[in-house]
Design a protein around this ligand. Structure first.
Ligand code: HMG
Ligand code: MG
Length: 302
């Protein structure tokens, strides 16, 4: 078994992590979080989403946040865009990559973006074309690739169907998302296998929520298939407003600790990453939701 020697992490904390927070997080705090993540060595950061502020009020400051970031050379900033309105607003802020987000389950598609899977693809197609023409990269998030909060188990065939549609409209790479964290290693591998029918392994990212504590095991299972792009969230922030009970993404700190322990490079400074997690957790009035961050903070206190 040969594992990748290097992993590219996308921290989705500022977007996936904060979108579900009930208390208002000022744009300045989000910007500071992005600055701390890039200082820790993150080279891809999912900053915000250009979605309806009625649906996700926390992301209403999207343009402010994008404008406030002091961009660092070599760092790529991505944003979510569900439709043309979102794309037009996003393009003014010059992200490197836009993300269209669909679901492998019909019910989740309806709850999250108010349309069917087929309708979502129709909406995404012109957004993808416009982004590519403007020289932006395009990623496609595929939610509920193992389980759906409304429909239960999701079949690999549904994942293959969505991945095929994403490919047809020009999406360059996709996220295999376990939105509610019910995946276990073999199930996640099946979702990745289904995606491999349409995208090569370099264009597949693992996006695992840790609701049931399976995310690191699922990360390892994906690594064993050669996947080397992953998404995680500093301090384990997060949850999806349209997936009740789903907790955050696997924490970036836990993933980095595991990878470094396996001799896999990330380019990330774990201590600085822990500091970034403590910064945002202090603001939110809680401890980082990360076993590794907790252990490191405790050890520092001697
Ligand atoms: P809709 O109500 O069907 O949209 O929502 P509409 O086209 O009928 O428009 C209704 C109103 O919204 C209009 O305004 C539009 O202008 C406005 P009004 O005339 O009523 O004043 N509008 C917008 N405003 C700002 N930005 C926009 C936008 N679009 C329309 N982009 C819509 C459809 C997609 C907009 C809505 O359902 C929505 O915003 N959904 C987003 C939900 C969301 O952000 N979910 C969380 C992200 S997904 C996730 O977390 C999962 C992921 O992490 C992977 C995983 O873990 O699985 C990615
Ligand atoms: Mg997510």
């Amino acid at each position: 078994m040969s594992l990748p020697s290097r992993v590219q992490l996308i921290d989705v904390g500022p977007r996936d992590g904060l979108q579900n927070e009930k208390q208002a997080v000022p744009a300045a705090v989000k910007i500071e979080l992005v600055h701390r993540l890039q200082a820790a060595g993150l080279t891809e950061i999912e900053v915000t989403s250009f979605v309806s502020p009625k649906w996700v009020p926390q992301m209403a400051d999207n343009a402010h946040v994008m404008a406030g970031i002091e961009r660092q050379a070599g760092v790529r900033y991505s944003v979510l865009t569900p439709n043309q309105i979102g794309f037009e607003a996003a393009r003014k802020t010059q992200p490197h990559e836009i993300v269209v987000f669909g679901a492998a389950s019909e019910a989740f598609s309806q709850k999250n973006i108010n349309c069917s899977i087929a309708e979502s693809i129709e909406r995404f197609a012109p957004v993808v074309q416009a982004a590519l023409t403007a020289g932006m990269a395009v990623r496609g998030a595929m939610s509920c690739t193992v389980g759906c909060p409304y429909e239960g188990d999701v079949s690999p065939d549904s994942v293959a169907y969505l991945a095929g549609l994403m490919k047809q409209i020009g999406v360059q790479r996709v996220d295999v998302c376990d939105t509610i964290g019910v995946g276990t290693p073999r199930k996640v591998q099946k979702a990745i296998e289904a995606t491999l029918g349409h995208f090569d392994v370099a264009h597949i990212c693992g996006h695992f929520h840790d609701t049931y504590g399976q995310a690191l095991a699922n990360t390892l299972a994906a690594l064993q298939m050669g996947v080397w792009n992953f998404q995680s969230s500093v301090a384990g922030l997060g949850g999806c407003p349209y997936a009740k009970g789903a907790t955050g993404n696997v924490s970036s700190e836990d993933v980095v600790f595991m990878l470094h322990g396996m001799g896999i490079e990330t380019g990330i400074d774990l201590d600085k990453l822990v500091d970034a997690g403590v910064f945002i957790s202090d603001f939110l009035g809680r401890k980082p939701n990360s076993r590794v961050a907790t252990a490191i903070v405790t050890k520092r206190m001697g």
